[in-house]
Design a protein around this ligand. Structure first.
Ligand code: HEM
Length: 471
């Protein structure tokens, strides 16, 4: 059994030693009408429903379900128990990751144990500082190309622009591939993923519904792109980036060259490489593009913060494009990125499945239970973030405030399974923000509605229509 932690700070009553005591549960809807109403509320107001449950039930609640029961948490100490202290009692076999697996296969995001450890070690060097240095150059180059096409006074679909930009960046950086015509195949696979979290698939497996036909087509096209990339590189015809150091291994090359040193020295199969490729193509652009979309939205609503941002950019860059070396000299730009991801965390919740008996907040959690960790709720909790709805980048400078938010601020997750692309994404967001803000101010199209759409990632429900203004 995994160790137990207790704390006097939890909202809920901490139970006595009894292992049968469960956290409080929301009332279960009785009858079809009530069930349909609950389902509708979840689909259209997930964040509102979960927030309300925490307010009435406390920091942890329990929902009986067919997947072994679900413990839902938001308190930083309980989050630490699941993601750090007792992380070995939990795995990625949660039903959400099983659904993701239909598109991603068995990539780094949703494998566990020795396979995950081996792959993480193999992939990690792709994110070393020397590589990030090279990627930074591409990031600024791609962002500059994007804004060269913008015209003063024009309306843009910011989400779509940033999706294309971040996809081009991840593709060039990790796979030395100009994404070009493959853009639709990759964004199509993302749509399938997001859709699979919007509607439950209640039909028997053999029924060829339009939703399934669309999903199958999207999977076929992304597979075609990935296997083509692998074949080209195996044949030695797909290009790789050659660096000044003479080092050439991008992520694709690393995967192709990888050998099982402790076993039979076998390489990875095409299917294994395909799964990592899809994982990195998708995880490496979706989240960053949403993060940037929310950043520009927040800036459009806060001219005072925009002015401070512009001051910093002008003082540091003096009109030239940003570089990797400028990162440390742009602290306010980074604070804006962090504070935006607090208010709108692209990964708004993290899922785990207990693979051994454990405890959370003193409650017994039997093996087989699921756990939902609500990053969004932790980020909006006034106990850790006073005046939580206020966009205040200065939170990230005050030492007392930083201490208070420990384990309560987790846009990239926590513990061993922390995002492998955390530094890549942070540098990317800072450099892209500086590149765009230097040339343009973005304003929201008048009356454009803003609402949250939490699916796999946290998206703006109605997109983000903006107008660009030359500075
Ligand atoms: C703002 C941008 C990003 C956010 C908010 C974000 C968020 C996250 C979070 C919360 C996790 C942990 C999930 C869990 O514990 O279950 C994660 C894992 C992961 N992320 Fe990111 N991510 C971002 C950008 C990136 C980028 C740029 C890449 C790749 C280039 C990437 C690749 C991955 C991978 C492969 C994992 C799985 C790591 C593992 O389990 O070892 N992410 N990300």
């Amino acid at each position: 059994m995994c160790a137990s932690l207790r704390s006097k700070h939890y909202h809920n009553r901490v139970p006595a030693a009894s292992d049968t005591l469960r956290p409080p549960s929301p009332p279960s809807p009785s009858g079809w009408v009530a069930r349909l109403r609950t389902y509708h509320a979840f689909l259209h107001n997930l964040i509102g429903v979960v927030s309300q449950r925490f307010e009435t039930l406390g920091d942890i609640y329990y929902v009986p379900n067919a997947d072994g029961g679900l413990y839902v948490i938001r308190h930083p100490e309980q989050i630490r128990e699941v993601l750090i202290t007792n992380a070995h009692c939990y795995a990625k076999t949660h039903s959400a990751f099983i659904r993701l697996g239909r598109v991603l296969g068995q990539g780094l995001l949703n494998t566990d144990g020795e396979v995950w450890r081996l792959h993480r070690r193999m992939i990690q060097p792709t994110f070393y500082k020397e590589r990030l240095h090279v990627y930074s150059h591409m990031m600024v180059q791609e962002a500059t190309d994007m804004i060269e096409r913008w015209r003063d006074g024009r309306q843009i679909d910011l989400g779509a622009e940033l999706t294309r930009l971040t996809l081009r960046i991840v593709s060039r950086s990790l796979f030395s591939h100009e994404v070009g015509d493959d853009m639709d195949a990759i964004t199509g696979a993302v749509t399938v993923l997001q859709d699979s979290f919007s509607r439950p698939d209640l039909l028997p497996r053999w029924v060829p519904s339009p939703q399934r036909r669309k999903a199958r087509r999207a999977l076929r096209s992304i597979d075609e792109v990935m296997y083509r990339l692998i074949a080209l590189r195996r044949n030695g015809t797909g290009s790789d980036t050659v660096h000044e150091s003479g080092e050439t291994a991008d992520l694709l090359q690393r995967l192709i060259d990888a050998r099982d040193e402790e076993g039979d020295r076998a390489g990875l199969s095409d299917k294994e490489i395909r799964d990592q490729l899809v994982t990195f193509f998708i995880a490496g652009h979706e989240t960053t593009s949403h993060a940037l979309t929310w950043i520009f939205y927040l800036l459009s609503q806060h001219p005072d913060i925009t002015a401070k941002l512009n001051d910093e950019i002008e003082r540091v860059l003096r009109g030239r494009p940003p570089r990797f070396e400028d990162f440390d000299a742009l602290p306010y730009t980074e604070q804006i990125v962090k504070e935006s991801m607090r208010l709108y965390p692209p990964v708004f919740a993290i899922a785990r499945k207990a693979i051994a008996d454990s405890h959370i907040g003193g409650y017994f959690v039997p093996a087989g239970s699921e756990v939902g960790i609500w990053t969004y709720m932790a980020h909006h909790d006034p106990r850790w973030f006073p005046r939580p709805e206020v966009f205040d980048p200065a939170r990230f400078t005050d030492p007392e405030s930083l201490q208070r938010m420990k384990n309560a601020y987790l846009p990239f997750g926590l513990g061993a399974r922390t995002c492998i692309g955390k530094t890549f994404a942070t540098i990317e967001a800072v450099l892209l923000l500086a590149t765009v803000a230097q040339r343009y101010r973005l304003s929201l199209v008048p009356n454009h509605p803003i609402a949250l759409k939490p699916r796999v990632t946290l998206m703006p429900k109605f997109g983000m229509k903006m107008i660009v203004h030359t500075r």
